[in-house]
Design a protein around this ligand. Structure first.
Ligand SMILES: [Zn+2]
Length: 340
């Protein structure tokens, strides 16, 4: 099986200085498209569903399809909840078989963010599910709006270096999303990332760092951010916009008389695949699953980053669905009883 949690995956990314792309699923068509792109590039991938996108997909219905697709391929696939806004959503994701969750308490005051995030880490950690959290606040609109407007980053919401160190130490999270001039959706003007701040955060924080709002950032800036500790990059708006542009071209110019909906949809996902493959190259994860490289599950290469049995994905994650069920049931009933 190729499902892996975020902690194990990002450890390999950090050791080998690349970032894993995290792409949002807002429609069934994304599942095979994203997995195929990663398989063709011989790259690990993170498939994620954002809580705000649960108006497009039913979490409990789509999760088994994603898990089944991920288990059929040999590349490592992390199945991640993006911007979980409450413990309840985190618990739904854990029950549905996600291997990793983001709890986003970034809009809370620091003390409350620490307390809430620590609670999530305690529960998710008990069943070996990784936790990403955010400090500072990545601005911009919730990803994937119908008509996104461009945003500029606001320095008052940038991640504070000393707070980042304390936040990670006190919560025990596995990955930290930072705000360094990145915004969700489209950027107003050119993105201006605060690399000095990123470098300082990276020096004091022991866990891998995450860059949200990847759409619109230049290839060179991505590479620089990765060299300074970014190990996961969230990317959605640009692939969504690219797919729509491709469909427009098809309908208006190439085939105005088309009546087949699958043909139209196929154009959209072809474009998604092209865009994702290019990102995987820029992020440096291309060929990480090639036999001669260090991340190959099926290989017998003793230099494989996962040759330690404790790091084999099957050994670390999700073999204990019964246990997950029991623990989550207990937690849910304790929340209901007000004993949490
Ligand atoms: Zn985000």
């Amino acid at each position: 099986m190729a499902l892996i949690n975020l902690k194990d995956l990002l450890k390999h990314a950090r050791d080998n200085r690349y970032a894993v792309g995290a792409f949002n699923i807002t429609n069934l068509g994304f599942i095979d498209t994203l997995i195929d792109a990663a398989v063709e590039e011989r790259s690990p991938i993170i498939l994620q569903i954002a809580e705000v996108h649960l108006r497009y997909v039913n979490l409990e219905e789509i999760a088994p399809i994603i898990i089944s697709a991920a288990k059929k391929v040999e590349i490592p696939v992390c199945f991640h909840l993006d911007h979980g806004q409450s413990l309840e959503t985190v618990m739904r994701a854990i029950r549905a078989g996600f291997t990793s969750v983001m709890f986003d308490g970034s809009r809370l005051p620091l003390e409350e963010n620490i307390a809430a995030t620590r609670e999530v880490v305690k529960i998710a950690g008990a069943v070996n599910i990784s936790v990403e959290a955010e400090l500072g606040n990545v601005g911009g609109e919730v990803i994937g709006e119908v008509a996104p407007t461009a945003h500029a980053a606001s320095e008052e919401f940038f991640t504070n270096v000393a707070e980042a160190e304390r936040f990670v130490r006190e919560t025990g999270i596995d990955a930290l999303a930072v705000s360094i001039g990145n915004v969700h959706g489209f950027y107003k003007g050119d993105p201006d990332l605060d690399f000095d701040r990123l470098s300082k955060i990276s020096n004091v924080v022991p866990v891998p760092l995450v860059l949200h709002g990847g759409s619109g950032i230049s290839d060179d800036d991505f590479r620089k951010a990765i060299s300074l500790g970014i190990c996961k990059i969230n990317f959605y708006t640009e692939m969504s916009a690219g797919a729509v542009a491709r469909v427009k071209q098809y309908l208006l110019k190439e085939k105005p008389d088309v009546t087949s909906i699958p043909d139209v949809i196929a154009r959209a996902f072809e474009e998604v695949k092209n865009i994702v493959k290019k990102r995987l190259e820029v992020f440096g994860s291309k060929d990480m699953c090639a036999p001669e490289k260090t991340l190959c599950f099926s290989c017998s290469d003793s230099t494989c980053g996962f040759s330690d049995p404790k790091l084999k994905p099957g050994a670390t994650t999700f073999l204990y669905q019964d246990l997950v069920d029991r623990i989550t049931q207990e937690v849910i009933s304790s929340i209901k009883d007000g004993n949490s």
